[in-house]
Design a protein around this ligand. Structure first.
Ligand code: SAM
Ligand code: SF4
Ligand code: SF4
Length: 371
């Protein structure tokens, strides 16, 4: 199959300064995009750096010693992040997830958690405030994060076997320290902890059943994520994707499962539970069963660009508005304008157009805008 190649130097520099509408209306919390999807979730990347080099996310060939990460002055400050987050909350956001890169590498991230946890929805409710981490620093930070007001954490763990895990994180990081982090999160009350396993065929798919067995009956909820074609550096191939249906088939063969209802509309993970009462697992089928039709997520990059889709190839520079002296009303108007114009549904179109094969186009890296 012929692949379409769009050469672009570095997608971090592709951006547009958002338009500020001529007439500014107060936020109603009822924004909807062109596909009638509300704005409910905001993922905030607090750093583009990471101490892992997962082969599917930050491969060493691209993110080597010479890679130019963002300079400190480019990053949004905690005050800037909180100001933007407040405007998003007024527009209907109820859930904020801190991510990265590795969010626990951002100095004093618990201060940001405390600032965000003070925000309230227009009807006075607390936000659902979560964080996704590789777990490497979690044992040290869990209690401080809880004390600052974090509700839950999601921890990424791709294998229980040290050799496989080290091949995937590519920095020789051992499984035991991530398990200690998960344990510390439980103890600190950051549960139920979700554990995310990206399944890459030929690399860690032999770990599907051992991972399921390990977390069965534990307080953690294991979720299997289909390996995605995010970014431009992981050399993604469709034949390395293990479809969720296959994950379910393998687990069900040894520990029978049944499907259960989603917790809410728009939940990204399909839920299955063990028939013997051993708890549940989640399946995130971003490739084989796109869920764009209920995607209510916006993403804010480390340097303040708004992405309306994980697969967008350019961002909207909210930092230029923040640092250009624009008022809250103006920035709020720009956000509303962007969301109303949103028509992204990349994963659905990939399925429709190419029956699962993707064209090789340069897209923004997941470590930059956050998963
Ligand atoms: N460093 C943190 C971590 O690993 O949890 C947070 C950022 S990471 C980009 C967020 C999530 O994206 C992780 O669960 C990771 O496994 C997932 N991810 C990264 N690249 C992916 C890919 N190509 N396909 C599927 N998931 C991916
Ligand atoms: Fe780092 Fe997370 Fe990407 Fe792994 S998935 S390289 S831990 S940002
Ligand atoms: Fe949302 Fe874009 Fe992912 Fe579809 S492809 S679910 S629109 S982020």
């Amino acid at each position: 199959m012929s692949a379409k190649i769009i050469p672009v130097a570095d997608h971090r520099y592709l951006n547009a300064v958002p338009m500020i509408p001529a007439s500014l209306e107060p936020a109603t919390g009822l924004l909807a995009d062109t596909l009638a999807r509300p704005l409910r979730d905001l993922r905030i990347s607090v750093t583009d750096r990471c101490n892992f080099r997962c082969v599917y996310c930050m491969p060493k060939e691209t993110f080597g010693k010479d890679y130019a990460f963002l300079p400190q002055t480019s990053l949004l400050s905690f005050e800037e992040i909180t100001r933007i987050a407040r405007l998003f909350v007024a527009h209907g956001v109820e859930k904020i997830r801190l991510t990265g890169g590795e969010p626990l590498l951002r100095k004093h991230v618990e201060k940001l958690v405390a600032m965000l946890s003070a925000l309230k929805t227009p009807d006075g409710r607390a936000l659902d405030l979560t964080l996704t981490t590789n777990g490497s620093l979690l044992a040290r930070k869990a209690q401080a994060l809880k004390d600052a007001g974090l509700n839950r954490v999601t921890v990424s763990l791709d294998s229980l076997d040290d050799a496989t895990f080290k091949r995937m994180n590519d920095v020789d990081f051992p499984v035991s320290e991530v398990l200690n982090g998960i344990e510390a999160a439980h103890r600190a009350g950051l549960g139920p902890v979700k554990v995310n396993m990206v399944v890459k065929g030929g690399m860690n798919d032999q770990e599907i059943v051992p991972m399921a067995r390990h977390f069965k009956g534990s307080p953690a909820i294991l979720r299997f994520i289909e390996y995605m074609d995010v970014g431009a550096s992981n050399g993604w191939k469709m034949d390395e994707v293990i479809p969720s249906a296959e994950v379910v088939r393998r687990i069900n063969a040894v520990m029978p499962l049944e499907e259960i209802e989603p917790n809410y509309t728009g939940e990204t993970a399909a839920r299955w539970r063990y028939r013997d009462g051993g708890g549940e697992i989640g399946l995130i089928s971003s490739v084989t069963q796109a869920f764009c039709h209920d995607c209510t997520r916006a993403r804010l990059s480390t340097e303040g660009k708004l992405y309306t889709c994980l697969f967008a190839n350019s961002g909207n520079d909210l930092r230029a508005l923040l640092r250009g002296g624009r008022s809250d009303e103006e920035i709020s108007g720009a956000i509303a304008h962007l969301w109303r114009a949103r028509g992204d549904r990349y994963s659905e179109l990939r399925t429709i157009n190419t029956n699962g094969m993707t064209a090789v186009v340069k897209r923004v890296e997941m470590s930059y805008i956050g998963g």
